[in-house]
Write a protein that binds this ligand. Structure first.
Ligand code: HEC
Length: 286
């Protein structure tokens, strides 16, 4: 079969464009040639290479390619192969390398991807959670001056005047209440007045001095009996089924501040978690 090349020699290569019957040119291998795509219409083309050897055997290669010398085109709003319905908003843009830069047209419109919305929602949710965190005072700070100075908390901490039962603030923990810093003075006042009998750890001395750890009077949410014990002393009371030969002395000479601080120290130390009191509570009982 004659490909029309007519070139003599053992092997010849003919180059065809698209479905043209006549070759662009014929070469002897190896060969180099230039394809001027500006002469071609933009779109799909095929380069066909056909080699024929001396025996007349023919080998063929087809290389499909796309020419795009014209302006670039972007289309958003419809995608190849998508199924659509109703009215579509389609954005078109076209630009070529020779055109001057135009910021208005530099970027084509594109819909905001779903993952962007998901990220925004997550950031918003995190911000909401973070904001709400600010309204919850962490337990370890609940009794610090910063938070306890809150007038609403202070009002809650003050028992209604004339009420019989005393109630400390509903929260408990180390630190201060309503501006009253009991922990600093409570630790030292306890060490000075109580530690010799009840021990640094509030464990007392078995059979001689009662433990304050877990003591029902110390951990009672109503602090009245505990305040009375400090003001008046105590003798002859069986505690946890045990009587004590020694007596608990009166500490009425201590200030309201010191007694309140000691009471709060007992209520919040060694594992005790009882509501704490203010000097005002001591004054009412005195
Ligand atoms: C001299 C030793 C001694 C000292 C000092 C002392 N106590 Fe006592 N305390 C006792 C004894 C003894 C008892 C038990 C009395 C009884 O039941 O007969 C007691 C009882 C108590 C109770 C009553 C527990 C209950 O269940 O009723 C409390 C509370 C208490 N002491 C706290 C204190 C605090 C606070 C201090 C320091 C301000 C202190 N004590 C100082 C010896 C002492």
């Amino acid at each position: 079969m004659d490909d029309g090349a007519g070139t003599p020699g053992p092997t010849s290569i003919a180059v065809f464009l698209d479905e043209q019957a006549e070759p662009l040119s014929t070469y002897r291998p190896p060969a180099t040639f230039q394809l001027d795509t500006t002469k071609l219409e933009d779109g799909d083309h095929v380069l066909r290479v056909r080699a024929t050897d001396a025996m007349g055997n023919v080998g063929q290669r087809r290389i499909p390619f796309t020419v795009s010398n014209g302006p670039g085109i972007t289309v958003t709003g419809i995608r190849a192969g998508s199924s659509v319905h109703g009215i579509l908003d389609i954005n078109l843009n076209a630009f070529s390398g020779e055109e001057p830069f135009d910021p208005e047209r530099a970027e084509s419109h594109a819909p905001i991807p779903v993952w962007t919305w998901v990220m925004c929602a997550m950031v918003a949710a995190w911000a909401l959670w973070y904001g709400l965190e600010f309204f919850q005072t962490p337990a370890e700070f609940a009794n610090t001056p910063t938070y306890a100075a809150n007038p609403a908390l202070a009002a809650a901490a003050e028992p209604a005047s004339g009420s019989v039962a005393l109630h400390g603030p509903t929260f408990s923990g180390k630190g201060a209440v309503a501006g009253f810093d009991y922990e600093a003075s409570g630790t030292s006042a306890y060490a000075a007045n109580c530690m010799s009998c009840h021990g640094a750890g509030g464990a007392g001395v078995a059979g001689t001095f009662p433990a304050l750890v877990g003591d029902p009077v110390v951990t009672d949410s109503n602090p009245r009996q505990q305040i009375i014990t400090l003001l008046k002393g105590l003798q002859g009371k069986a505690i946890a089924g045990k009587s004590f030969a020694a007596a608990m002395p009166s500490f009425s000479e201590l200030s309201d501040q010191d007694i309140a601080a000691i009471v709060d120290h007992e209520r919040t130390s060694w594992g005790n978690h009882a509501p704490i009191i203010t000097p005002g509570d001591v004054k009412r009982v005195r």
